[in-house]
Design a protein around this ligand. Sequence first.
Ligand code: NDP
Length: 347
Amino acid sequence: STILVTGANGYIAAWIVRTLLEKGYNVRGTVRSKEKGIRMQEIFEKYGDKFGYVLVPDITKEGAFDDAVKCVDAIAHTASPVNFSTVDPQDLIQPAVRGIKSILRSATQKGSNVQRIVFTSSTAAVLEVDPKPRIFSEDDWNTQSVAWVERDGKDAHPITKYRASKTLAEQAAWKFVEENKAMIKWDLVVLNPPFVFGPITHDVPTLSALGLSAGMFHSIVVGHSDAGGKTPQELRSTGNCWIDVRDLAEGEVLAFRKEEVANQRVIICAGAFVWQEWLDVANSIAPDHLPSHSNLPKGVPISSSDPEIVYQIQYDTSKADRLLGIKYRTKEELIKDTFADYEARGW
Ligand code: NDP
């Protein structure tokens, strides 16, 4: 069968494309320019015409995906702006919200073969800032960021603007399903991953072009001897949850295959971290796996006599275990393969 992947040249999407191709699917990827499409064709050359690209220059336009959805059996929607630097929150919110609405509408009106749409939301649409450590589940919604953006506009924290865009986009998706129940022939699956790290398979000509999460990982764990400016205290107290990009891509494929996951919101997450843990794993394997980096940031390594690490944010992942049954890679596996990727690229 044929699957449409939107924003196919992105970090996560390119792994979804690759994983689908490896499993024998035909893939159509939407990109915003011909140059990006050609680069993708080069990257996936060995799959021949099993991969093809479709130009969708502006996802916010009504009917933007009308042609792209024809003749596909399912859709993975990932295209959305990912950055913590936008000034006007609407520059994140509009493409995120209009993008998902636009593809759902096109799928309904023109995608006569479409059976399932998997939307990559985020734990950004789940978590709320809380001084106390918390364990969130699929029942939680981040309405806090939306309220803060309404209150503060351009002055809202950049992360808050991004989080609001993800909450509003996911809400728009479920609202569309609710309002168009009688008409739609497909079902929706929403995956909510936390920070996504791991090797890259998309086109990244220079290190500075690495996207948000992979770039943050490189900058803190590898790039700067001062761990991206984080103090030892911050390295131990700040972090989040994570998933290997390859496991997320596997999860997306499972989300197409498993009947039980229809119309479910699923948090997909390997575990919690504080940055010091990544530094400790990195330093333990760097001599073998990152020979050209002899001065990785060290922070203050965690020892067995230290007080237990407190994770501010954790997720109940029992739903993903039950419905998808993903086997998550470990921090060690992620670091080894990511370092091998850096070495191969001369970073
Ligand atoms: P990337 O920045 O690598 O890729 C984003 C993709 O979306 C690119 O193809 C990009 O196209 C496209 N895109 C961005 N803005 C627009 C726009 N205004 N109109 C049309 N297309 C646009 O991001 P990731 O791979 O990291 O993220 C992919 C998805 O996963 C996003 O929805 C993100 O919210 C979600 N996610 C990411 C996490 C992470 O840690 N990375 C965590 C949780 C969720 P172009 O290259 O042309 O700009």
